[in-house]
Design a protein around this ligand. Sequence first.
Ligand code: KE4
Length: 428
Amino acid sequence: MTRSEMLFSEAVKVIPGGVNSPVRAFGSVGETPRFIASAKGAHMTDVDGNTYLDFVGSWGPMILGHNHPAVLEAVLEACQEGLSFGAATEREVEMAELICSLVPSIEMVRMVNSGTEAVMSAIRAARGFTGRSKIVKFAGCYHGHSDSMLVKAGSGVMTGGIPDSTGVPEGCTRDTLTAVYNDLKSVEDLFAAFGSEIAAVIVEPVAANMGVVLPEKGFLEGLRKICDTYGSLLIFDEVITGFRLSLAGAQGYFGIRPDLTTFGKIIGGGMPVGAYGGRKDVMELIAPCGPVYQAGTLSGNPVAMAAGLAQLRLLRDTPDFYEDLNHTGDVFFEEMKKVLREAGKPWQINHIGSLGCIFFTKEPVSNYAQAKTSDTKAFAEYFSYMLRQGVYLAPSQFEAMFLSAAMTEEELRQVLETFQNYLKQSQS
Ligand code: KE4
């Protein structure tokens, strides 16, 4: 029995499913989750001493790789000064000023502790600002686990085949309307029926929780126009794409200005951080300056701010950081496509910058229904093969591959070779 197996057998007795977040349980890939002991740069080492090239990067935060020296140093320095005060600190001002300076649509921002909290709060702000209740989301997009967002959600919900979570009263989802990603008509139809009641549209500007699905030309622009027509707010959930695609996230990459944005992951540098922000006239409604209440004991935690500040400053100050990482991603995923074609396999690869995924389906994937045609057994076989070859992928067809700047060209070339060998021996 491996140490991971032993730990997992203990974990399931005291933690639901043995994990603190469902997708970590490796349920859909039929493997024992690898318990990680340490990580450095592009590599993680499990409790049995196996090392992996890490394509999960803690689900996005580790864009610079694990334990970047500057981030670690900033955290250790902050720890010396105290772990948490529950009081205002200078680093929170620095973080807010930095985010506002890097993302033009952000005029004010509030720190929270997770992406879920950021989304929950942004939706409350939109409802408070418009006086309306309904929210439009897209099937397959995942916006964290707050009640009203657990409708046709992606990520672990989609992986677990849980259409909509139990324990969520109908009253909490009554105002959540679901549209089809990349289908503006499905949005127009909802607005034709409920336009005057819709507070906001929330969208992942690049969907990365049903696998990676790119916005088709005109889709995001169309959402902007519809929201303007009906006086609804456009919320970009950039928990994954924020500081991933560009310093100004997907909104900077595509040139669309949302009214509110949610962040997480990268802005915490590996520590628990979320944030929401945007138009001043909306954010000024947030308590204590307005009547929309939102709070958090550890919001803006000084150690978490130190990690996030160190990471964001490195992303800002490293010349050509995004050009280089996005180019590396383009080359890698295009090479994956080439290997697939040479092997005569019909699978699909969607990618943008350092984000991408392989769908085990013959048809192009531009929405939830198409993503769901993927053969999850074939994915599981691929996942297990790659894991045994030291390549740590997200344990679900409906997640993304995240490249980090710590990966070397040689390492990525070896992964392509491993992928090629997988295809040669694969029956699927
Ligand atoms: P958290 O509450 O997990 O920090 O963020 C929720 C969230 C919100 N919005 C988007 C676009 C997200 O991708 C997420 C969380 N992402 C998943 C990975 N697909 C987190 C991994 C997990 O649930 O363990």
